[in-house]
Ligand binder design. Structure first.
Ligand code: F6R
Length: 589
């Protein structure tokens, strides 16, 4: 989603703004822009497409020491120069992350007051709205305090006012915004990676708070000055660099053995137990939703608790039933996903206990849930999630395992054995990461369609494999429950259609073998990911993964799926870390 940056200090601002914007590229965007002050005058440069298009039009040596920048992920209006931010109206120039829901109504009122609009965006309306209030009171702090009661929807804003060319103003409602500090230099950013080259120290702006940055920072809430705590980011700049890998996605997959190990060690100490709950609702989006499906299988089978898994954007509009001793678990890497956050708020409004499983520390979901368990993935930059997904699955597996022990459904010996086997799993992942996937990737790369098949737990995994492939390689892929194929979709199987069959759930493998044969006899090219001996006539290619236990097996099956997606995307020349149209942190509904 959109990314905001800003700098005020003694260094030249443009190289810093560009560098910070580049560090936010992972969030996904389709245009970018910068506004800076030179000789007390505002200059705005905006371009469609990648930041390098913008860079060509900037003189980085310009004597400017204050500016704001933006990467836009189009919501209102096509990605073009006019719709790109910053938007300037009257004396106000601003950048925005979020969506203003009442912008049409505000635009009509502002038009009656004589404002003219050139873009299709909700953001230009915000600039006009701020300008119109500022005209009345000539005081930016008061203005922003009034604006927050007028704007409906989500926003974080970085603002420069013509009358204060030495100040950057910032305000946020639901979209994240941090204020970085390095001695007497200050930064604004949507996320910590944007400023890590310069500083690890930052303030987290909270809902409705206003910050004024110059050679110091002052915070306000409801027009009154407040104190805020300076925080320090725990990782280092290398955690957001590629460390020699061609893509973040590959670097992040290579970290998976370590992430597995860290997650298990952390979960061994975790006090939160599912024991007192009779039922659980897991709510999430995309890949995080798929981890919920794997979690359901393990929690139901080992901790004996009924689990329903919901897509967050659907849960919000479904009828909620009062359930006794029910827990709502929301899962999110970014902790900012708008639909998941809204579902969490809904659950809380209905007095349900809520647990957030979140990767980004102090994100909105982490701060809003009653209980939080942080996943141990570290910063994830590639848009397609890999190591965070693995850490989410492991967190849920460990919750299932520990609850089974608490409820005496398994012995302490069994618990210890599974913990040891997680460590064996980490070593096995290393091997799977270095398997040669080139033959399979080359086979798939020129095809138009692919099907992923699985049954039970394997179906949940197939859904994730299919999403990973289509999102980064743009090759059409669908996941099907193996048994459901013959009820319609099998008509799409043609000579050579690639079908990846996931078969690591030992209880149901024989049924999946028959389904594979049905596909093969219709010309399909079957690639199996399995931990069992399967008949040679049931596949064309096989990737054998180790068979360890129900907790570790799903994690092992995941690695070939992620790697195949990566190599197919690479062979198709795709922008692996920043797939088109996608965003890392989906802060709109
Ligand atoms: C796919 C992917 C997305 C996210 C989804 C939820 O690779 O990354 O499907 O899983 O957008 O995001 P978070 O986990 O940040 O709530």
């Amino acid at each position: 989603m959109c990314g905001i940056v800003g700098y005020v200090g003694k260094r030249k601002a443009l190289p810093i703004l560009l560098n910070s914007l580049k560090a936010l590229e992972y969030r996904g965007y389709d245009s970018s822009g910068i506004a800076y002050i030179k000789d007390n005058k505002i200059n705005i440069i905006k371009k469609e497409g990648k930041i390098k298009n913008l860079e060509k039009f900037l003189n980085v040596d310009e004597d400017t020491f204050i500016g704001i920048g933006h990467t836009r992920w189009a919501t209102h209006g096509v990605p073009n120069e006019t719709n790109a931010h910053p938007h300037r109206v009257g004396k106000i120039t601003l950048v925005h992350n979020g969506i203003i829901e009442n912008y049409e109504e505000l635009r009509s009122k502002l038009k009656k007051d004589g404002y003219k609009f050139v873009s299709e965006t909700d953001t230009e309306v915000v600039s006009a709205q701020v300008d119109s209030i500022y005209k009345k009171n000539n005081d930016m702090i008061k203005t922003l305090d009034e604006v927050k009661d007028i704007l409906e929807g989500t926003y974080a804003l970085g603002i420069i006012c013509d009358d204060d060319p030495n100040n950057i103003y910032a305000i946020r409602k639901d979209s994240p915004l941090i204020i970085g500090k390095k001695d007497d230099e200050y930064f604004i950013a949507s996320d910590v990676p944007a400023i890590l080259t310069y500083t690890k120290d930052y303030y987290l702006l909270e809902k409705d708070e206003v910050a004024v940055l110059n050679n110091k920072v002052t915070f306000y809430l409801n027009n009154k000055e407040i104190e805020k705590e300076l925080k320090s980011f725990e990782g280092d700049a290398s955690s957001v660099s590629k460390c020699g890998y061609e893509h973040f996605m590959m670097k992040e997959m290579m970290e998976e053995p370590d992430v597995l190990h860290k997650t298990v060690e952390k979960m061994k100490q975790e006090k939160f137990s599912l024991k007192k709950y009779k039922s659980i609702d897991i709510i999430a989006c995309g890949s995080a939703y798929h981890t919920g499906l794997v979690g359901k299988y393990l929690i139901e089978n080992y901790a004996d608790i009924k689990v329903d898994v919901h897509i967050a954007s659907e849960y919000r509009y479904s009828k909620l039933f009062k359930k006794d001793k029910n827990l709502v678990i929301v899962i999110s890497q970014s902790g900012e996903t708008a639909d998941t956050l809204a579902a969490l708020k809904l659950a809380k409004d209905n007095n349900m206990d809520t647990l957030g499983i979140v990767n980004v520390k102090e994100s909105s979901i982490a701060r809003n849930a009653d209980f939080v368990i942080y996943t141990e993935a570290g910063p994830e930059i590639a848009v397609a999630t890999t190591k965070a997904y693995l850490s989410q699955v492991t967190t849920l597996s460990m919750l299932a395992l520990k609850t089974a022990l608490d409820k005496k459904l398994i012995t302490k010996n069994k618990y210890d054995e599974v913990i040891k086997e997680f460590n064996v799993g980490a070593l096995k992942i290393e091997k799977l990461l270095h398997y040669d996937y080139s033959k399979i990737a080359n086979y798939i790369k020129d095809k138009n369609d692919l099907f992923y098949l699985g049954r039970g737990l394997d179906y949940a995994l197939a859904m994730e494999g299919s999403l990973k492939l289509k999102e980064i390689s743009y090759l059409h892929s669908e996941a099907y429950a193996s048994g459901e194929l013959k009820h319609g979709t099998i008509s799409l199987i043609e000579e050579g259609t690639p079908v990846i069959s996931v078969m690591v759930d030992n209880n149901i493998i024989s049924k999946s073998i028959s389904n594979n044969k049905e596909v093969k006899s219709r010309g399909g090219y079957v690639i199996c990911i399995t931990n069992s001996e399967i008949p040679k006539d049931s596949y064309d290619e096989v990737i054998t993964v180790p068979n360890i236990n129900d907790f570790v097996n799903p994690i092992l099956a995941l690695i070939p799926m992620q790697m195949i997606s990566y190599y197919v995307a690479k062979a198709r020349g795709c922008d692996i870390d920043k797939p088109k149209n996608l965003a890392k942190s989906v802060t709109v509904e």
